[in-house]
Design a protein around this ligand. Structure first.
Ligand SMILES: Nc1nc2c(c(=O)[nH]1)N[C@H]1C(S)=C(S)[C@@H](COP(=O)(O)OP(=O)(O)OC[C@H]3O[C@@H](n4cnc5c(=O)[nH]c(N)nc54)[C@H](O)[C@@H]3O)O[C@H]1N2
Ligand SMILES: Nc1nc2c(c(=O)[nH]1)N[C@H]1C(S)=C(S)[C@@H](COP(=O)(O)OP(=O)(O)OC[C@H]3O[C@@H](n4cnc5c(=O)[nH]c(N)nc54)[C@H](O)[C@@H]3O)O[C@H]1N2
Ligand SMILES: [Mo]
Length: 667
């Protein structure tokens, strides 16, 4: 039988949300390719997804429920039926609830799949159970808070406008790894003469598409933006007609803030020469339509929201928003397009329970009282690898009195510490609907193949656990497809001009952006709020990062071959790669460490072993480790997050992964 071609979407936590064609033969996926008809992703997939069939049909997929037989972390399990596993879980939860209350059970999920149903359906289950709630602020809440403060609910610029820009600034985003499809339009802009800048803490793979690379000191970009604004104002390059009509707080910014940010002052903070800051300001202000693609890297610091806020003010001063190609792209916020509350069901909360910040799970699992955490349920997340302060998370997972259930596709670091492991479907085995945080396309997906082994989707697992817990609510008896139908049945202005029948049939469809969205500022004042009196800090300024008492800033940045800790299962992607620490030549010489040598990076929270790679792409005072490796694949059984901290951002209660310093010694 010839291969059948089915439509699907890449489920991973990435702004590109690629549309895919899946070739299926005899119930197996034999090949996947990018959908050439999708206007944003245009037929290409990233190196990770090119052979997704190797993940889907990997020999290391979990195919049955497992029950622990050896010590925690030993990896000793026996196979069990779903019936037995669901019975073990529900019996133990009933006991925990009777002794400690339902709040002693804590869910942990993030973004193993971005599909709206499979990602969010667990909320309903744990609300109904009365469990503690999880504040899922691990990714980019500081950046999103900053956008809200300055721009309110205004949609971000359509990414397709990149091609009309004459100056594209990739600011704290390694787009060649994490947003590769924006490079199509970026290259088109470049062919038409646009300049591309990369503003980074080290020269990563994206430097290859940039005309200029500016290396700033970690956590200092807010000062750079303010320094640029100082010059733009001083040189009379502000678009005062635009500012008078559309901007709130310009006089206050000029009077109270900018005098402190001369290029020299900004230079002392950022490490960029003052003349370079002057040049950047002039080039930005003189560009016809500068397009800023703002990453989240620079917001994972104590000052993360303030940094993003200062940068978000730049296009307001020059009126960049008025011209096609001009503006700023932060994360898209199309949440109101498909009403998530139909899935999350906050109405199931019968009495409010405590909230635990995901970044602080290390402390919660080890120190929290009243009640102590006794049950931990992990789904589509790998907390032991991805959460900050790994040693605290580990200490929690090692507790003999903690009952841990992990619903996973693979035997991850976290699954190794489970009492019960449940096998999860891959995205090609369940239905869902996807929207994106990097473009405005949405697409519904039906399963391409039957579940591998006895794997179940998140939704089917929660339905099953709901039955085991005796929940009578009809909600839990629906199918994932019925939930998708409910989402599509609710009208929203975003869906006004879309072809609903195409969407229902599984074709990619673009949400409707109002024609005048770029000059209709959805803030309380109707203007861009450089000054926002509702915030405790009414104006942007530079705040310091936390740092640590150690020598080197430590960047644990993305790699093209992993997605957070996903794809660690793929030996083909990791072949010939080792967990590496990039270090500047002068720093290595001063420490007497040689290329390829095994080194230990350490700070007050822990240590991790790496193989050293000496490079000119990293500035002095900074070390870089690309990728979140599973502990089981690292040279020292310790991941990058043994070094990061549970401290939070200034707004949004976000993670501060990059706000970390380490010392380095030879092993
Ligand atoms: N291949 C791949 N793709 C991914 C991911 C992945 O792990 N791998 N992760 C996905 C996820 S969950 C997310 S949230 C997005 C992340 O995408 P974004 O957060 O938008 O950006 P990143 O590409 O992670 O880039 C972060 C960059 O910020 C830089 N950086 C750190 N601190 C500073 C600073 O102070 N100033 C400046 N200017 N730069 C700084 C780092 O060196 C790093 O290169 O990508 C998604 N896509
Ligand atoms: N040091 C450092 N740490 C980081 C980052 C960093 O840049 N540096 N990035 C951070 C960021 S931005 C994020 S968003 C987080 C991401 O953290 P997570 O969302 O936890 O991401 P992953 O590591 O990809 O783990 C997802 C897991 O879900 C599983 N999975 C996939 N699909 C399904 C499914 O349908 N059902 C179930 N049950 N499981 C499934 C996968 O096998 C995988 O093990 O990591 C953060 N951690
Ligand atoms: Mo993320």
């Amino acid at each position: 039988m010839p291969a059948e071609i089915k439509r699907s979407v890449c489920p991973f936590d990435c702004p590109d949300t690629c549309s895919m064609l899946v070739h299926v033969e005899n119930g197996m996926v034999i090949r996947v390719e990018g959908d050439p008809g999708h206007p944003f992703t245009r037929g290409t997939l990233c190196p990770k997804m090119n052979h997704y069939e190797r993940t889907v049909h990997s020999p290391s997929r979990l195919t049955t429920p497992l029950i622990r037989t050896g010590p925690k972390g030993s990896g000793e399990f026996r196979a069990a039926s779903w019936e037995e596993a669901a019975g073990v879980i529900s019996d133990r939860w009933r006991k925990i609830i009777a002794e400690h209350g339902a709040e002693s059970i804590v869910p942990c999920s993030y973004a193993g799949t971005m599909g709206l149903v499979q990602r969010n359906c667990g909320h309903a289950f744990f609300y109904r159970l009365g469990a503690s709630r999880l504040e899922r602020t691990i990714c980019s809440p500081a950046k999103e808070s900053a956008w809200k403060i300055v721009m309110g609910n205004t949609p971000v610029i359509h990414p397709g406008e990149v091609k009309e820009s004459d100056l594209v600034i990739l600011w704290g985003i390694n787009a060649a790894a994490t947003n590769i499809h924006i490079l199509h339009d970026l290259r088109e802009a470049r062919n038409r003469g646009a300049k591309v800048w990369l503003i980074e803490t080290y020269k990563n793979g994206t430097a290859a598409v940039a005309d200029k690379v500016f290396i700033t000191r970690p956590g200092s970009d807010g000062a750079l933006a303010l320094g640029m604004m100082h010059v733009i104002v001083r040189e009379g390059l502000v678009d005062s007609t635009f500012v008078d009509k559309y901007v709130l707080g310009y006089p206050e910014l000029c009077e109270k803030i900018l005098p402190d940010y001369t290029p020299e002052a900004a230079s002392r903070i950022t490490g960029l020469p003052a003349v370079v800051i002057e040049e950047m300001a002039l080039a930005y202000a003189k560009a016809r339509a500068p397009f800023i693609r703002l990453g989240s890297g620079l917001t994972r610091y104590a000052n993360g929201a303030m940094t993003a806020r200062a940068i978000s003010c730049l296009p307001a001063l020059t009126g960049a928003w008025q011209r096609p190609g001009g503006g700023l792209q932060s994360n898209l916020s199309t949440g109101s397009a498909l009403d998530n509350s139909l899935i999350t069901r906050e109405d199931f909360i019968s009495k409010p329970t405590r909230t635990i910040n995901i970044n602080r799970l290390g402390n919660a699992l080890t120190e929290m009282k009243d009640p102590k955490v006794m049950g931990f349920y992990v789904y589509h997340s790998n907390p032991l690898s991805v959460l900050p302060d790994q040693n605290m998370v580990l200490k929690g997972l090692e507790r003999d009195d903690l009952f841990t259930v992990v619903h996973e596709r693979f035997m991850t670091d976290t699954a190794l510490y489970a009492d019960v492991v449940l096998p999860a479907t891959s995205s090609l085995e369940h239905g869902d609907i996807y929207r994106s945080y990097g473009h405005y396309w949405v697409q519904r997906v039906s399963p391409s193949i039957a579940p591998v082994g006895e794997a179940k989707s998140n939704w089917d697992t929660f339905s099953r656990l709901a039955a085991a817990m005796g929940f009578e609510d009809p909600y839990f008896r629906q199918t994932a497809e019925e939930l998708v139908e409910q989402l599509l049945a609710k009208s929203s202005p975003w869906l006004d001009k879309t072809d609903l029948s195409a969407l229902k049939a599984g074709l990619p469809v673009e949400l409707t952006l109002p024609a005048d969205y770029k000059l209709t500022f959805k803030t309380p004042s109707g203007k861009i709020e450089i000054m926002n009196s509702a915030d405790a800090e009414s104006l942007p300024r530079y705040l310091e990062p936390y740092g640590d008492d150690a020598a080197y800033w430590f960047m644990s940045a993305p790699t093209p071959v992993m997605l957070n800790s996903s794809f660690n299962e793929r030996d083909d992607l990791l072949a010939n790669r080792k967990m590496t620490l990039l270090m500047n030549r002068a720093d290595a010489a001063a420490s007497g460490i040689e290329d390829g040598q095994k080194v230990i990076a350490f700070n007050e929270r822990g240590e991790a072993a790496f193989f050293l790679s000496i490079t000119d792409s990293v500035p002095a005072g900074v070390v870089v480790a690309e990728g979140v490796w599973w502990r089981q694949k690292t040279p020292g059984n310790s991941g990058v997050n043994a070094l990061t901290s549970q401290r939070l951002t200034d707004r949004g209660a976000g993670s501060t992964f990059y706000d970390t310093k380490v010392n380095v010694r030879p092993e």
